[in-house]
Design a protein around this ligand. Structure first.
Ligand SMILES: CNc1nc2cc3c(=O)[nH]c(N)nc3c(CCO)c2[nH]1
Length: 370
């Protein structure tokens, strides 16, 4: 029985709704902070919760290497391990193998690779990935194992990866079986080829998933090319299930993807850029390393209910980042995650009141032009 997904309002292709899971409701559009190695880097679980995030992302690749799937299960699963009792979605590992692991081989049966940590050899099949996500980690939402091709890709290569991903989708679903308290998402592939994405979508719908991700984007194609794919890709997926755009993105990417029908996002940018001094604001990104903030006593954003955003001076953040203090990384990550939650909350509100078109124009005028 799939998780109930209720659309509370739509405006054009944009939607706002609620995905109900046993561990809690996920308000969409939703941004999932990335908790790669059982932590949203530099932040405590309480700080993540305080931002309003309804769900976080975990990574099979990192957790299977350390602490290891069987140890994770012996420790009660990821929720108990890290003290996060709300929903967790885990990525299946294929994408991280290709971007992080040492020598790796993609075969029909499985992906084999060597750990980027200690060189140890590992195998990840669709079946093993599901077992790790759903049974060892205990994810509320698991992702099928897929193959994401680099950009740009020639059509034959993109077709081969899309077809392999579709076969792995069927194997992932078979391995997952029917579960009352957990969900499984399929992943649309096909690079920038409309015909391939349509074939991918049709094969995923035949198999049937609780939600559908749009993969193969945010791999270097740039905002414009991504939007061109999003002009058609979300509508190829069932309107009554969540659509999750993987690995995206900057605030403006989220706005343009929601405009085109996307419901869920994940991205390391707010935490990774935060650790390097970048803060996202309604007026665009700024870097606190910049000398102009040395004596700026104003906070990043007094309207955001987060101590890092409204009760900390830019001067102090400037000092902490310049001094490479751990607290600087924590406060800027905290602010950025809170800002992303403020953006998704504002979009939910705007769509609910049929004001998203105007809100989007204001956002661009204020955020993008600077
Ligand atoms: C940063 N850009 C990005 N593009 C992605 C594309 C994919 C994809 O196609 N498949 C899977 N399984 N994960 C993906 C991820 C990891 C999401 O955190 C991506 N991340």
């Amino acid at each position: 029985m799939p998780f109930p997904f209720t659309l509370t309002a739509t405006e054009g292709r944009a939607r706002t709704g609620v995905l109900t899971t046993p561990r809690g409701d996920i308000r969409t559009p939703a941004f999932m902070p990335v908790g790669t190695a059982a932590t949203v880097k530099a932040m405590s679980v309480d700080q993540v919760k305080a931002t309003g995030a309804d769900i976080i992302l975990g990574n099979t690749y990192h957790l299977m290497l350390r602490p290891g799937p069987e140890r994770m299960e012996r420790l009660g699963g990821l929720h108990a391990f890290m003290g996060w009792d709300k929903p967790i979605l885990t990525d299946s590992g294929g994408f991280q193998v290709m971007s992080l692991a040492g020598i790796s081989k993609v075969k029909e049966e499985a992906v084999t690779f060597s750990s980027h940590i200690d060189g140890s050899k590992h195998i990840l099949s669709p079946e093993r990935s599901i077992e790790i996500q759903a049974d060892r980690i205990g994810a509320d939402i698991s992702m099928q194992l897929d193959e994401c091709v680099a950009w740009p890709a020639e059509e034959p290569r993109a077709r081969a990866a899309m077809e392999l991903s579709a076969r792995w989708a069927a194997r992932s679903k078979a391995a997952f079986g029917t579960r009352e308290t957990q969900g499984l998402f399929g992943i649309q592939q096909g690079s920038t080829f409309e015909n391939l994405r349509r074939e991918s979508s049709e094969r995923l719908i035949d198999i049937g998933f609780d939600g559908y991700a749009i993969g193969g984007l945010a791999v270097g194609e740039g905002h414009q090319a991504m939007c061109e794919v999003l002009d058609y890709a979300p509508d190829m997926l069932p309107a009554d299930r969540p659509r999750y755009l993987m690995g995206v993105g900057k605030p403006v990417d989220l706005v343009e993807a929601v405009w085109r029908g996307v419901d869920m996002f994940d991205c390391v940018l707010p935490t990774r850029a935060g650790r390097h001094g970048q803060a996202w604001t309604w007026d665009g990104p700024i870097n606190l390393k910049n000398a102009r903030f040395a004596e700026d006593r104003t906070p990043l954003d007094p309207t955001i209910d987060c101590p890092a955003s409204s009760q900390t001076s830019k001067a102090y953040l400037h000092h902490l980042i310049r001094a490479d203090e751990i607290l600087g990384k924590t406060l800027l990550s905290w602010h950025n995650i809170a800002f992303y939650q403020a953006v998704t909350a504002a979009m939910r509100e705007a769509i609910a009141h049929g004001r998203f078109e105007a809100w989007r124009k204001d956002f661009h005028a204020r955020h993008v032009s600077n």
